[in-house]
Design a protein around this ligand. Structure first.
Ligand SMILES: NC(=O)c1ccc[n+]([C@@H]2O[C@H](COP(=O)([O-])OP(=O)(O)OC[C@H]3O[C@@H](n4cnc5c(N)ncnc54)[C@H](OP(=O)(O)O)[C@@H]3O)[C@@H](O)[C@H]2O)c1
Length: 253
């Protein structure tokens, strides 16, 4: 039986009772990982290089509601550079977080090879705790020293952060049980490729972009081989669809 798209009188509340992970314990030694993306009908995550205009005000509000269900928000450096703000929740959602036994605000986690990050911004100033940054060895001493002034930095050998190991560290070192990845497409690919994406919240905005340079919701160097997800819930509001998918049972991919 598949969920049918539902109209609800108060769409702002659709994720108020969201609990992640949905069934008690996270999988194995890592946190439960969800991603949240909005795209156009042609699957673009950016329109003329920008994201803000794709989703509606309701989409922007629901993004914060999903945030209110997790210990940490993960963002790739590309997304951080394009929107250098701390991804917190508004005061009214702090109540939801407390009800779910979470800290008042999520911990920010950033993935960056270059450590070229906008430290003089609301990214750090508005964050109640120091962000956690995962990087490799290629950033250079000056950028590393600068990052360490603002964040807890974990350096992995080589130039690539092994995402599964980084997630395990979040669980073992920080007790983080749930992570919401807010993009971008490159980090989404990394999570899918590592078999570490458990849920996908997708807003299908009733718009086309068609921009040849705009990004898809998932961007990577190789095909993923069709990773299967199943629909958990679907809501509709003014032509916009709010969909929640969970990775289908079966092989780890
Ligand atoms: N539609 C939506 O819902 C949505 C959501 C989020 C973002 N976006 C848009 O997507 C765009 C950004 O996406 P993006 O794909 O270019 O960037 P991204 O996924 O946000 O970040 C990519 C960056 O993450 C770092 N990284 C990736 N893999 C790594 C690894 N294995 N080890 C270490 N670092 C790694 C690198 O940082 P360095 O470059 O620092 O080395 C890389 O350039 C923006 O325009 C943003 O507005 C849209």
């Amino acid at each position: 039986m598949y969920p049918h798209p539902r109209h609800v009188p108060d769409p702002v509340s659709i994720y108020d009772d969201l609990v992640l992970p949905p069934e008690g314990e996270p999988p194995g030694d890592r946190p439960y990982v969800a991603a949240n993306m909005v795209s156009t009908l042609d699957g673009r995550a950016t329109a003329a290089g920008r994201v803000h205009e794709i989703g509606s005000d309701l989409d922007h509000r629901l993004m914060r509601k999903v945030r209110a269900a997790v210990d940490a928000v993960l963002r790739g450096a590309g997304t951080v550079r394009s929107n250098p703000k701390y991804p917190g929740v508004p005061p009214e959602d702090v109540v939801l977080r407390r009800r779910k036994g979470l800290a008042d605000q999520p911990r920010l986690v950033i993935l960056s090879r270059s450590l070229d990050l906008p430290w003089d911004s609301r990214l750090v100033g508005d964050a109640p705790e120091r962000p956690i940054v995962f990087t490799g060895e290629e950033a250079g001493a000056a950028r590393l020293a600068e990052a360490r002034r603002h964040a807890e930095v974990h350096v992995f050998p080589g130039d690539q952060v092994p995402i599964r190991q980084a997630l395990s560290l979040l669980r073992s070192r920080y007790g983080i049980r749930s992570v919401l990845c807010e993009g971008g497409p490159t980090v989404n690919w990394l999570l899918l490729e590592a078999g570490c994406l458990d849920e996908y919240f997708w807003t299908a905005a009733p718009k086309f972009s068609g921009g040849p340079d705009d990004l898809a919701t998932v961007e990577g160097p190789r095909p993923l081989g069709l990773v299967r997800f199943q629909l958990v819930s679907a809501f509709v509001h003014e032509d916009e669809l709010f969909l929640r998918y969970r990775r289908a049972a079966g092989p780890s991919r």
